[in-house]
Design a protein around this ligand. Sequence first.
Ligand SMILES: Cc1ncc(C[n+]2csc(CCOP(=O)(O)OP(=O)(O)O)c2C)c(N)n1
Ligand SMILES: [Mg+2]
Length: 369
Amino acid sequence: MPRHISPQSATTLLPRDTPVQLVSATGEHTPDADYPAPDDAALLSAYAGLVSGRRINDQCNALVRQGRLAVYPSSNGQEACQIAAAHALRDTDWLFPTYRDSVAIITRGVAPAEAMVLLRGDWHSGYDPHQFRVAPQATPLATQLLHAVGFAHAAKLRGEDTVVLAMCGDGATSEGDFHEAMNFAAVFNLAVVFFVQNNEFAISVPLSRQTAAPSLAHKAIGYGMPGQRVDGNDVAALLAVLGEAVDRARRGDGPSLVEAHTYRMLAHTNADDDTRYREHEAVQEWVARDPLDRVRALLRERGALTDDAEAAFAETAERTAAELRETMHAEPQVDPEDLFAHVYAERPAMLDAQWRFLQDELDRTEAGA
Ligand SMILES: Cc1ncc(C[n+]2csc(CCOP(=O)(O)OP(=O)(O)O)c2C)c(N)n1
Ligand SMILES: [Mg+2]
């Protein structure tokens, strides 16, 4: 039997025509009937996170140039998305991040140096996912969305009230895995929030070559879940919209899709030259929409952000960066046998032969040294 849905109820799944915004680019509060603004305490805590997040991004870019990190996909300009994703969740919830979401992971409690282990090329994950309830950062696009959905399905079968927030980029929405994850989550009514950071680029491919949909949030209705658009540089709006999506999931009302409109201020990674595919002026336009400036302006105007608090936030950020620097400048202690560990429960003969070959090489190098 075809399912009959009234046009009115289908419409409730559609996103707004314009992204939800609670704080303008110049720092004025713009009230919204559907999304109450977070209180000043929540905004202050978010602002502290933004200051640290920006500092971590800057530090990691420097570490790449110093040869201490192999690669760094920066979230510079996207820090509001990073902080809001972490703050929207309870400790018992789970985050499924991408390679660009280091700041969100660190905001969840992972030590910065541990979060950088993947990007230094030492291990697939430098932290214990179960300790922080953060899945390993995924590099193959959109694969983490399927893991997230499977995880939420398991949580539901166990009767847990865990909410899973799964992050991806605009480009990742073109992957089959995105489609499968959205469909499965909706059909099984799972507690998943799909959080798309639309930073307008997938390396050099602009959004206009990625989709013909009116917005990425419009994709949600096709799966039978609500989609919403939010200003991705407005941490207040992000907290409100993501908070609502998380509450909905926890109530048992199923998954939803949140698209944050933001911008990648730097190249894709240090290995990319963005001057080959975008104009400097286009990037400059986003400087005025910086996520730190607007919430700072709002909190200063209200007297909620004092000079002392600003100094304390900056000091914390500086200390975090210094600790990260120190740890990353120490030579990592690596064991070559780690290359073979954790691949198979029992090492097959072929891999064992390779290990013995390497061992022989190492022995001879040591003997010759
Ligand atoms: C399955 C897969 N195909 C291709 C790539 C190569 N790749 C790495 S990042 C990237 C662009 C992703 O863009 P987007 O999803 O918008 O995320 P952003 O990097 O902008 O955060 C591509 C194509 C990959 N990692 N995985
Ligand atoms: Mg992108």
